[in-house]
Design a binder for this molecule. Structure first.
Ligand SMILES: C[S@@+](CC[C@H](N)C(=O)[O-])C[C@H]1O[C@@H](n2cnc3c(N)ncnc32)[C@H](O)[C@@H]1O
Length: 286
């Protein structure tokens, strides 16, 4: 496996993915009862952007230079500033497990799965510094080394009967990962029909994306929506044209809130006329 998220961290897709993740965590926290956050492809958690790539400069670099107005974007900007202040490093970028660990309450739990030993070790180190800086840390945050697609089965359904499963594979082998994601969503929903599931996917080929979405709409036994941001025409040959998240069992008002902040994120990232953004229901119910 050659993929290292460090080369891409902080790019437009990460910002899109992480604002959406924060919105979902916030929605789950509206109830007092604790929940499980299950991250099947966690990464190292914290990324040093002191020598940022062009991708990061055009992603989080652009975002951080503006004052957003939508509450979700403001909340993400505040989380970023607090994360950097806690660690005393203004170029750090928090990945999905560190965003979750910053947000979870004492009654919540996290299971963070990462395949690569070096990335998992780095994740444990970042979580250790965060726990020292937080008095109200979640009671249980566990890093597991292994295959997230397989281990998902072991953790669902959680005893809390509330949970968010975040699926973010590298898509090094794009076709294979799309298949694994569809299977993981279907299996996850079978085991835990009321759980919230969010899966990130790349938009590289518009036709391929549409076929995959149609398969998900047919297969998944739950209401689902898709939230997408693209910088280039959706079928251009540049590589990564856009970023998408499929959310199954979206919490109340998720779609409306996504539709409220996506246009602002799109303009904050300087997306030109060939780009776009949209959030829509994919399927209404089982
Ligand atoms: C796109 S990155 C994850 C980024 C992270 N979710 C975030 O938002 O900060 C994908 C990660 O999955 C890891 N990975 C690859 N295959 C895996 C597998 N089968 N199970 C678990 N982790 C895997 C990679 O090492 C990499 O760290």
């Amino acid at each position: 496996m050659k993929y290292r998220h460090s080369f891409h961290s902080g790019n437009f897709a990460d910002v899109h993915k992480h604002v959406t993740l924060l919105q979902l965590l916030t929605a789950l926290k509206k109830k007092d009862k604790g929940f499980l956050y299950l991250d099947t492809h966690a990464g190292r958690g914290s990324y040093d952007l002191s020598s940022p790539s062009l991708e990061a400069t055009e992603g989080i670099g652009r975002f951080a230079s503006l004052e957003p107005s939508a509450p979700e974007l403001r909340q993400y900007a505040a989380l970023l500033a607090q994360f950097r202040a806690r660690h005393g490093q203004r170029h750090l970028y928090p990945g999905s497990p560190l965003i979750a660990a910053s947000e979870l309450r004492p009654q919540d739990r996290a299971v963070l799965i990462e395949f690569l030993g070096a990335e998992a070790n780095a994740l444990e180190a970042s979580l250790g510094s965060l726990a020292q800086a937080r008095e109200d840390a979640p009671r249980s945050v566990r890093v597991e080394r292994g295959d997230g697609f397989t281990r998902l089965r072991a953790w669902l359904p959680p005893p809390e009967r509330r949970g968010l499963t975040f699926i973010d594979p590298p898509y090094e082998q794009t076709e294979q990962d799309f298949g694994h994601v569809t299977a993981a969503l279907a299996e996850g929903l079978r085991r835990f029909p009321t759980g919230v599931f969010a899966a990130w996917y790349p938009i590289k080929d518009a036709r391929r994306t549409a076929i995959w979405q149609a398969a998900c709409a047919r297969t998944l036994q739950a209401p689902a929506l898709v939230c997408e941001l693209w910088l280039y025409p959706r079928d251009s040959q540049v590589g990564l044209n856009g970023s998408g998240l499929l959310i199954a069992n979206p919490p109340y008002l998720t779609l409306e809130r996504l539709q409220a902040w996506l246009p602002e994120l799109k303009s904050a990232l300087g997306v030109g006329p060939s780009g776009g953004a949209s959030a829509r229901m994919l399927s209404q119910s089982s």
